[in-house]
Design a protein around this ligand. Structure first.
Ligand code: BJW
Length: 245
């Protein structure tokens, strides 16, 4: 079947779910690919609250290494084409990203929800102070909270078994339930394995969205999509979204 390209009328909306594959061509490793982060680290050690409780220094070394790698990376054509689209669509575009690298914002996107947090923010594991910007690498000592004075600081990312920010569900739900003439849902660069993100496509279908996946390989939840566009995000996104014209 020939894949149609997306076109937007004045009452149409687009929700994009992005994943690690979108940043792969910026040089940031994905999680589950052959050379992915989890071929080198055990998930339980670095991406669970139990891992942090067991060896917080190991976790900080891992995230400090990732901070320093991301600092040397730039947004790619995929991020840039979504930022360009926001200039046309304005608040009819919402990006929900699982990525913690901040590359959407660095490309110029402003309407971004970071459902798995941000690599360059830190919070206290014990008290309820707000998370804060933190560009430092913590490789020698686990930083402590200077508000409650005893809690260990941790990266402000969402680990397995942790809840996502409930305000994000509300924002996403409100976007889906607006009065759209046509609503599109596009998942890009994500394996469709991790929930609740992988379940957003079902919410989109309930909102009568047309659903698209752009990925190097079929995502796990490919059957939920109306169209699967196989290929690299930097090539397929500009083509699909017509920002290459
Ligand atoms: C390209 C490309 C190119 C490469 N172009 N493509 C329902 C069913 C089953 C299990 C669960 C469920 N609900 C919840 C769970 C449990 C769990 C879960 O999903 N487990 C599954 C693994 C089975 N979920 C959770 O625990 C979540 N929490 C939760 O549900 O809490 C409930 C709760 C409620 C109330 C109170 C308390 C609790 C939390 C999930 C958090 C995930 N966190 C991580 C780490 C973030 C921090 C960090 O960055 O270190 O998020 S895990 C990791 O996976 C990271 C990613 O955002 C996430 C998704 O990965 P992604 O982006 O899809 O990357 P990859 O590597 O998997 O795929 C990349 C794809 O790109 C590949 O397909 C490539 O082919 C492709 N690609 N280059 C286009 N150039």
């Amino acid at each position: 079947m020939a894949i149609p390209r997306l076109a937007f009328g004045p009452e149409d909306g687009l929700l994009v779910l992005s994943g690690a594959g979108l940043s792969a061509e910026s040089g940031i490793p994905t999680f589950r690919d052959a050379n992915g982060l989890w071929k080198r680290h055990r998930i339980e050690d670095v991406a669970t609250p139990e891992g942090f409780a067991g060896d917080p220094m190991l976790v900080w070394r891992y995230y400090s290494q990732r901070r320093s790698a991301v600092r040397g990376c730039e947004p790619n054509a995929g991020h840039r084409c979504l930022a360009a689209l926001e200039e046309t669509l304005g608040d009819r575009l919402l990006i929900v990203t699982q990525n913690v690298d901040g590359l959407h914002q660095r490309a110029g996107s402003t309407r971004v929800i970071e459902i798995h947090g941000n690599l360059f923010r830190t919070r206290c594991s014990a008290c309820s102070r707000e998370s804060f910007d933190d560009n430092d690498d913590h490789t020698d000592e686990v930083p402590r909270c200077n508000k409650c004075r005893h809690g260990l600081l941790r990266p402000d990312v969402v680990w397995f078994s942790e809840a996502l920010d409930s305000r994000h569900y509300v924002q996403i739900g409100q976007f889906f339930s607006r009065r759209w003439k046509r609503l599109h849902y596009l998942a890009v660069g994500t394996s469709g394995v991790v929930y609740p993100a992988a379940g957003l496509v079902q919410q989109a279908r309930l909102a009568r969205a047309q659903t698209w996946a752009v990925n190097l390989e079929e995502p796990d939840n490919v059957d939920e999509f109306d169209f699967f566009v196989k290929g690299r995000a930097t090539e397929r996104l500009p083509w699909l979204l017509r920002t290459d014209e």
